[in-house]
Each structure stands twice: as structure tokens, then as C-alpha cells.
Ligand binder design. Structure first.
Ligand code: SF4
Length: 384
């Protein structure tokens, strides 16, 4: 069926609402969901956004697919207005008035396949947003050891209790795992995403990321699969030249545009790298990768819309694409009890993104698969 703009808008806005409020489900729903061996379970490589603390063996949903193929993270919240329901073997999201049919991503076959050393491919690769192969390494971040982690981050407690991923992934291991994953799921996969915590030697950390990208690039990757990196910037900005040869885009996440709030919310990034250096690195990266291929991630809902909008417009002028995840108050993070943003605020953020994307002809990061972001929906003008 041909997609209509109004339908995309409706479900794009529903995604915003679900991200703002979270979503709930009952034990009965979980019983039905866990019977479906073909559906994807949630895996937690870097954070936990569920209010209830589920044992890691318990099968709970990671994402839902709304009509129009809109992907939304399932961030469980006890008092959320929207909930998941199973009726006669069909799945829905409901607010008690509307019953909207949904789907869950299919569990990929490669989760059960083995590497040469006998370990599961799933210890290296996670499927996100139904079409992104994610590798997260290192699974640790030195800001936590200094008590200077970003205040919304739940990496360390999640890794201790709820992850089953390798902590450090070598280039050859990533290459082997991605090869297996692509052989099994090549048709539905559109993105390879490398991400990881920060080590104190920024250049070494960045080089390790490049080495993984280089190793994966040696594979015969289908032309529709794009490569992406999320990383802190290096100190030696000439490393962007080496990165550009891998063909990957990069996101370097300032998280908060307002100067004072950045210092307060991201103390490690602020002290050890610095806001001005960060902005300088983004600008420099554009010289090597080109306009529209360098992204800057922000957390929507932790600063006034005005400052975030100012940041989006300023970065847009530089050729840097704003990428915005909507804040969720993860247990285990310093902001576990912080209020989530209001829907109107999030829609306003979406509006500014749409304007900037349209003005500079930008494309969203990991297009169509960002489960906690509204990048794709802003690109589709859901908030104009
Ligand atoms: S840089 Fe911040 S958000 Fe990223 S892993 Fe470290 S503490 Fe968490």
C-alpha cells in the first residue's frame, strides 16, 4: 500500500509519545511473547532503559515496529499510558482507546551461530532497529572509574549485571562475526554500527575503532550496507583522514549544547576533552568526510529547546548533522529519577530537526533504524 504523509506523521508522532512516556506490558503479555521463538529479545550492550529489573535470561521485547515501518525502543515504564497487548496471537500497542497493530523484529539466525573459537556470534554482534548490526567495544568507559560519567549513562551497571557481550572486540573477531551475520541476514541489514566506551588515550581508542572498521571493510559487504562509527573524537585530528578511507560516517556526541549544562551533565567529556575542542573536531572531521557525513549526537530533554535548537542550526551551518536521542531515565544512571521531557518539548525538537535537515539536505544517522531517536521521523517531516 502506498504510504501517505498523514499516516507517517501519525505514527511518527506516536513514536515521540512512546519515547517520552515509555511503554508497559503485563506478565501475561510476557508469557505470550516469550513463547515466540522467532521474535527478537532485548539485549543490553551498553545501557538498560527498563524500570523493572528483569533477570538477563528473561525474554522481553527490544523494539516494536509501528505501521509505516517506524521503529520504537521498548523502554519499559510501570505507569506508562501505552502498553503492549497480545490478542488472539496478534500484537498491538494500546492506550485503552486505540488498538494499533504492531510487529516485533524477527530474531536473526546468527544469534545462535558459532565463531571459530566456539563462542556465539551474539557475544559480538547485536541486531538493532531491525536492520543495524551493532558492535560495541570497549564495553567500558574510563569516565565511570573517575566518577565523571555522563549523568544519563547506565553503561557500567548494565555491563555488570545484564550484558552477555565481549568487553573488548578485536578487529579480526568483529570481521568474522559480521561476515557470519551478513551471510545470514544480509538482505534486511542496512547498516553496520561500531560504538564503544571511551579510554583515556583518545588517539589509541580512535585508532582501535578505525582498525575494526578497516577489518570489516575487507569483507564483501553488500553495497546497500552503510558503515558508521560513534566515538569520542581523537586528539590528533589528522586521524580523520584514515577514517575517511573506510567509507564510514561518524557521530561524535557532544550530548548537550548549552555550555554550563554540558559541564554539569557530562563532566568527563567536559574536563578531559572540552566543548571548544569538541566543536573544533566536528568541524575538522567535515573537511575529511564531507558535509552531511559527520553527526553530533545530543540527548533531547536535558536542556532548553532554545539552546538545543541553536546548536542544531550552528552545527548545520558547519555541515554537521544533529542526531538526537530522546532522554530516558535509566536505572543505575545518576539521572534515574530525573523527569522525562514533555511531549510538546520533544515535538518542538523534532520540528527544529526537520527544518535543519531540510535546509541542508541532511540524511538521518542509521536511517530507519534509530529506535530512541527521532532523526528519521524528523527527516520524514513528521513534526512540521
Ligand atoms: S562517554 Fe558518557 S555516555 Fe558514553 S559510555 Fe562514557 S559515560 Fe557513557
Amino acid at each position: 500500500m502506498k504510504q501517505t504523509v498523514s499516516s507517517i506523521k501519525k505514527y511518527g508522532q506516536l513514536k515521540a509519545e512512546i519515547l517520552v512516556e515509555g511503554i508497559n506490558y503485563s506478565d501475561d503479555f510476557l508469557v505470550e511473547f516469550s513463547k515466540k521463538n522467532d521474535l527478537l529479545e532485548k539485549r543490553r550492550a551498553y545501557g538498560n532503559s527498563d524500570e523493572k529489573m528483569f533477570p538477563k535470561e528473561m525474554k522481553v521485547p527490544q523494539e516494536i515496529l509501528l505501521p509505516e515501518g517506524i521503529v520504537v525502543a521498548v523502554n519499559q515504564r510501570n505507569n506508562a499510558k501505552w502498553s503492549l497487548e497480545c490478542v488472539n496471537d496478534n500484537f498491538y500497542v494500546t492506550n485503552g482507546e486505540e488498538l494499533i497493530p504492531i510487529e516485533f523484529p524477527q530474531r536473526p539466525n546468527f544469534y545462535d551461530l558459532k565463531m571459530m573459537d566456539g563462542s556465539n556470534v551474539s557475544r559480538v554482534v547485536t541486531l538493532y532497529g531491525n536492520a543495524t548490526l551493532g558492535v560495541f567495544s570497549p564495553g567500558t568507559c574510563y569516565f565511570w572509574a573517575k566518577g565523571e560519567e555522563c549523568k544519563f549513562c547506565s553503561l557500567q551497571p548494565t555491563r555488570k549485571s545484564q550484558a552477555d557481550h565481549e568487553m573488548f572486540i578485536k578487529p579480526a573477531t568483529a570481521k568474522e562475526a559480521i561476515k557470519i551475520a551478513l551471510e545470514s541476514e544480509g538482505e534486511r541489514v542496512n547498516h553496520f554500527l561500531l560504538n564503544g566506551g571511551t579510554i583515556s588515550n583518545y588517539d589509541l581508542g580512535f585508532k582501535r575503532h578505525i582498525e575494526v572498521l578497516e577489518a570489516v571493510s575487507e569483507l564483501d559487504i553488500p553495497s546497500h550496507v552503510e558503515k558508521h562509527l560513534i566515538s569520542m573524537p581523537p586528539k590528533d585530528l589528522s586521524l580523520f583522514e584514515r577514517l575517511s578511507k573506510t567509507g564510514a560516517t561518524i557521530a561524535m556526541d557532544l550530548e548537550i549544547y548549552d555550555k554550563n549544562l554540558f559541564e554539569e551533565i557530562c563532566p568527563g567529556k567536559s574536563k578531559d576533552y572540552g566543548r571548544e575542542n569538541f566543536l573544533g573536531a566536528l568541524k575538522e572531521a567535515v573537511k575529511y568526510l564531507g558535509r552531511g557525513n559527520v553527526y553530533c549526537g545530543f540527548v533531547g530533554g536535558l536542556e532548553p529547546v532554545e539552546s538545543l535548537a541553536e546548536g542544531m542550526h550552528r552545527l548545520g551551518e558547519l555541515g554537521v548533522v544533529p542526531a538526537i536521542n530522546i532522554f530516558h531515565n535509566d536505572p543505575g544512571s545518576q539521572f534515574a529519577n530525573r523527569q522525562r521531557p514533555k511531549l510538546d518539548e520533544v515535538k518542538e525538537i523534532g520540528y527544529h530537526m526537520s527544518v535543519v535537515y531540510d535546509k541542508y539536505n541532511f540524511k538521518p544517522f542509521i536511517k530507519n533504524t534509530g529506535r530512541n531517536s527521532l532523526d528519521t521521523e524528523a527527516y520524514l517531516k513528521c513534526f512540521l
